[in-house]
Design a protein around this ligand. Structure first.
Ligand SMILES: [Zn+2]
Length: 359
């Protein structure tokens, strides 16, 4: 029998576990308690949002939508690991699942496969929605997964769960037949449970020394300010004039093309400012992986192309990509731009802001 934590105790437990907490709107009194009971609670459920962008995902989980009113969980875990609290009380996240799974969670025993949807999960589970597209391609940054581990451990510690086993944290996919969340590169419930179990052997403020590089992403910022004129119909791989790195500041790049090397998850914003576009003349941006072939860089993969809409004249456009760059020095990430139409287009400025997490 476990009574849900009060809002204050929840925040305190999360902060004690080293979680960065953001309190969203009236989360303390925002719930679905009028629609059903809340508690006794027995465990923690992990989800992905099938969305991108922190602010819009947090709003969605707070408000819900026409067919599913919010809150859609208790906390939204952003890509950077911040946990946004959006509800306290019953929330629409777990739906109906398998009683046998709940029994295993209560007993902290081995999870059976989920085969039935006969039990109200919203009554018995805390829920975290993690910002991820759920397409099995959108990467899960190490900071986000670490926040899942810490937030889960905070609740288990506060309730004194997880002493007999580690099944007090489950994925939605382990609860309700047909669900797939959470999934994607970098996340696995087995890994999360192992890490939660390890954390619980240590005090709440434990910070393992083994993997500090994963804690913070490397941030670099690239600029190309010397003008370049693009000929229509040819992808141009951008050469950068200078780069900003933390600690070092700006340094000249001497027409280097490479944005990133080595195995990394990346998050890239790439922007272009151009003038003199003809009406209907289109500009396209993309990010590509090059691989070395006979000593020469050749395109091996490209991420989806962005074609900003405009009606001629000046253009300032930006686009965002996330992905996984495989390891080895024979791979690199570059940014490319293409114009079509008949006349050359002068580009005034190109910038790229890059976050990279080692794997
Ligand atoms: Zn879910």
């Amino acid at each position: 029998m476990a009574t849900p934590l009060s809002a204050d105790r929840l925040v305190a437990a999360l902060r004690a576990e080293g979680v960065r907490v953001a309190e969203h709107k009236s989360w303390r009194t925002h719930n679905r308690n009028h629609a059903g009971s809340w508690g006794p609670v027995h465990g923690v459920m992990v989800h992905h949002t099938v969305t991108s962008g922190t602010a819009s995902s947090v709003d969605l989980c707070y408000n819900g939508h026409s067919s599913l009113p919010g809150p859609l969980c208790h906390g939204v875990i952003a890509k950077d690991g911040t946990v946004y609290l959006v509800g306290h009380g019953r929330a629409n996240h777990a739906g109906s699942g398998d009683r046998a799974v709940l029994d295993a969670v209560i007993a902290e025993g081995k999870l059976p496969p989920d085969q039935k949807a006969d039990t109200d999960g919203n009554k018995h589970f805390y829920g975290f929605e993690c910002v991820n597209l759920g397409d099995n391609k959108d990467p899960w940054p190490a900071e986000q997964v670490e926040a899942i581990v810490r937030a889960s451990a905070a609740l288990l510690r506060a309730h004194d769960w997880g002493k007999d086993g580690d099944t007090s944290v489950i994925g939605h996919l382990e609860w309700q037949p047909g669900k797939i969340d959470p999934r994607g590169p970098g996340v696995s419930m087995g890994d999360i449970r192992r890490r939660v179990a390890e954390r619980l052997k240590h005090p709440a403020d434990w910070s393992p020394g083994g993997s500090p590089p994963e804690e913070t992403p490397m941030h670099t910022y690239f600029e190309r300010t010397s003008g370049v004129t693009l000929r229509p119909g040819e992808w141009y791989t951008i050469t950068w004039d200078r780069v900003w790195t933390p600690g070092k500041g700006w340094s000249d790049r001497d027409r280097e093309q490479t944005l990133l090397k080595g195995e990394r998850l990346f998050s890239l914003d790439f922007a272009v400012r151009a003038g003199g576009l003809g009406r209907g003349q289109e500009i396209q941006l993309r990010v590509a992986r090059n691989a070395k072939k006979d000593g020469v860089w050749a395109r091996a993969k490209s991420w989806p192309i962005s074609s900003p809409v405009h009606d001629g004249g000046r253009l300032h456009a930006a686009h965002h990509w996330q992905g996984h760059l495989p390891g080895s020095d024979d791979n690199r990430l570059v940014a490319e731009v293409l114009v079509n139409g008949d006349s050359p287009v002068p580009i005034d400025e190109l910038t790229a802001s890059l976050l990279a997490w080692p794997l």
